[in-house]
Each structure stands twice: as C-alpha cells, then as structure tokens.
Design a binder for this molecule. Sequence first.
Ligand SMILES: *Cc1c(COP(=O)(O)O)cnc(C)c1O
Length: 495
Amino acid sequence: MSFFSTRGKSCVTASQAILQGIAPDGGLYVPAMFPAVPPERMTSLIGMSYEERAVVILKRFLEDFDLREIEEAVNAAYSRERFTHPKVAPVRKLDSSTWALELFHGPTLAFKDIALQLLPHLLRLSAWKNGEDREVCILVATSGDTGKAALEGFRDVPGTSCTVFYPLDGVSDVQKLQMVTTGGENTRVIAVHGNFDDAQTGVKELFGSESFREEMSRKGKTLSSANSINLGRLVPQVVYYFSAYADLLEEHAIAPGDPVNFCVPTGNFGNILAGYYARMMGLPIHKLICASNRNNVLTDFFRSGIYSTHRTFFKTISPSMDILVSSNLERLLYEAADRDGELIATWMRQLKECGSYSVGDQRTEWMTDVFWGDCADNNETMREIRSRWEQDHYLFDPHTAVAGHVLREYRKYSGDDSPTVIVSTASPYKFSADVLAALTGDNAGGDPFAASEKLQEITGIPVPEQVKKLRDLPVRHTAECDRDKMGEAVLKAFE
Ligand SMILES: *Cc1c(COP(=O)(O)O)cnc(C)c1O
C-alpha cells in the first residue's frame, strides 16, 4: 500500500513515510486506502494476545515490512518489562454501558507509550529498508509527556539516539525528574533557557538547517522526528480500538457487529483519529466523542465548521491537552475534502496567515455524522474525578476525567445509550496532587510523592513503581543551553 501527502501528490511506501515523518510539501502521510478488516477477521481477534492483534492490524498498513519483522518489533515493544499489565491495553467495566480502555500501563504511565515503544523499531527497520546506514538521531522538543515517552522508547535501541529539549522552568517536577533520570547509552536531555516555544522553534530550525544536517552527517548521523504526525505513531494506535472491541466481544458485553462509541480526551487529534481509521477499516464505531478541556478549539470547530486560533491559551489541570493547533486534524480534513490536497494546502495557509479557516456547512455535517465535540473546564473535571470514584470506585486522571464529563453531557443531549468506551490516557498517579485535591480538597502541598501515598491510602490502588522509584534514581542529565545554542549543544552531546 502507498501513502499520500495530504497537501499534494507525494506518494511513498510505509517505511519511507515513517523515515520522513512529514512530507516534503509540509503535508501528513495518509494511507492510499483503508484496508478492510472483514467481520470474520474481527471475531478472530477474540482470545488473541494484544501482540497478536497488533500484528493482524499493522501488517495491513505496513506492506513493505515482512511478517517476521512486524512480529519481532511488536514483541519487543509490548514485552512484560515494558508494559506491566499482561493485556497491555485492558478494558475495565465502569457501569452497565461504560468501559475504560486503559492505555497507561507502559513505562511512562501515559498513552503515548503505546506508539512510542513501537516507533523506534519501525524507524530502525525503515532506515535499513531505504539504505540509510547512518544513525537515526531523533530530536524532540517537549512540554513534558512526549519527551519522556520518546526517551523510554528509543533507549538502547541500536542504530538510533534520542535527544530531548525541555524548557528549564516549563515542566512539572515529576516530568523533569522522569526525564533527567533516564538511563540508556543513547539518550540525551538538555534544558533550554527559555519557554516551550523557544525549544520547539529551536528544534524546527535545526531540522531546517543545511549546515547542521551536514555536520551531523559527517558524524554519521541523520535527523528524524518522533512527533505525533509521524505515520509510525498513528498506526500503532489503531490497534487498541480493535483490541477493545474484541475484549467487549470476549466479555459478551456486545454481539459481533454491535455499534460502540469511543470517547477520547483530545489534544493533537492523534488518538481519536486512529479511532476514525479503525472505523474506516470496518470496526463498528457509531460515534467518536471528541473531549477537550477549556482549550476547546475542536468543540467550536465541530459546531461551526470554523477553526480559529484567535483565542486565549489556558493552562489547565490536563496539560497534555493544552493545545490550540491540532495537527492531526489535517488528516480528517483530507477525507472531508474528498482528498483534495490543494484545498487542504489552502486551508493550512489560511490558518498560518490569518489564524483560521472555514470548511463549510456540508463538510461539517459530514464530519459530525461521526464526531461529536464537547468540553470540560477544571471544575467539571475535578467533580468528575470525585463522582466517578464515589459511584464506580474507579479513579480517573484529569485528562480521562475530561472525557468522562463530556460523555455524560453527550448522553444527556443525545439519549444515545450505546456501549461506550472512554479512552483512559494516563495513570492518576502521574497527576496525584490534583487527583487527591479532587477527592479530598487537599493537594498535599503539591508534593507528588506525599500526594501519591495519600491517594494509595484512600483508594487502595497501589502507587506504580515508576513513580515511587523516581525519588531515588540518580540524576544523569544536567546539560543546559541558551536558546540560540541548541545545535552546538547537540554536537557537544555526541562528542
Ligand atoms: C497526549 C495526550 C493526550 C492527547 O492526545 P492527542 O493524540 O494529542 O489528541 C491526552 N491525554 C494524555 C495523558 C496525553 O499525554
């Protein structure tokens, strides 16, 4: 199967799309068509392990990878040392029509692990298939979660290295501790004197700099990106939608062919888009419910057909969803625009130049046939954490709680009581102070370790090892640099 750029005519193989990350015309790679998974294949997923299900789905997209390569990559990515739950992405019943799909049992306790544990293997294979024998050097700018997930994914993967830039005073204590204590011989973590935008701009400049690329090439290295627009991050996420459906079949909660809704806490639109791809492949999804926090640009978009970034940016208690430009939405627009790359290029230019674009009533109606958007503010999020705990004895993290609140609103509004899976994107222990405050009104002085212990006392849910051990791990990364010296810092780190 080949992959097209959303903005033009580029046509590449899966391995080329993964290696390039973004298309030369600035577009994102999308599959030429959606490979169908027929109903009998769907029911055959019952009883399979997560790894086996992943192979079934991934091989439909990764046609220039052979079966053994995919199997080896999947088994390495989802091993017991890396994912603490034997089912990798288990489904938990909350009430008679609601389930949680837990995507937080990986090394960094957030859903990004599912893709970022697999991506390094796919990237290494892609380099090899395309005759790229230089070391693939990943550069990441992070506001917190992506950096650590990328570091853990690429740690000690042969032929790759991973360098993360974070804003010195712009990440939480836990996030910083998670990054600077990372092990592995091929990981580098550098604090930038500046904010997240400085770090992000700096990384983009390095990607665009001919002289920097040449210098890295002389050292035997080529640059690549682990950003969520990389196709290699999208396809692993399609798997868990199928897996959740198979688990509901296995529990006899649904019968083959029954429609199910998924409610997804959304930022960059990568997670929920994978659900849309699963639906296009034949998974019986009725609605995809797009849940936003106070940065509700997507809620407004699905209601008006107008995407506008002329709005205030809010810092919320669900920071991984604090985003105004949802990059992966471009892939949905491509389908809504009947795959008209020129139209997409025009909208994206309008977004860049004027901060907004409008897709028109007809296309909006077409999208909202499947998507429903709503949002929750901090208070609603806190209330949801508490009421879900009181009603169902299930503990949401703040991101997942946004989805929980939005699902209640959706049901009130639509009367649709179809079985619904809430996609649970992070462990509550990653945000223990806020979660504790939601339950008790007290945040333990904001100390994540004290808050975690308190939460365990109240809920009986054990604190994950990944959080506990953070307190004692040695700090391994202390490099800092000025915002205009990031290239030098990378070169120095590789001396
Ligand atoms: C990244 C992230 C999200 C948002 O996912 P998108 O794919 O960017 O929409 C939601 N919750 C958590 C915990 C995350 O880390």
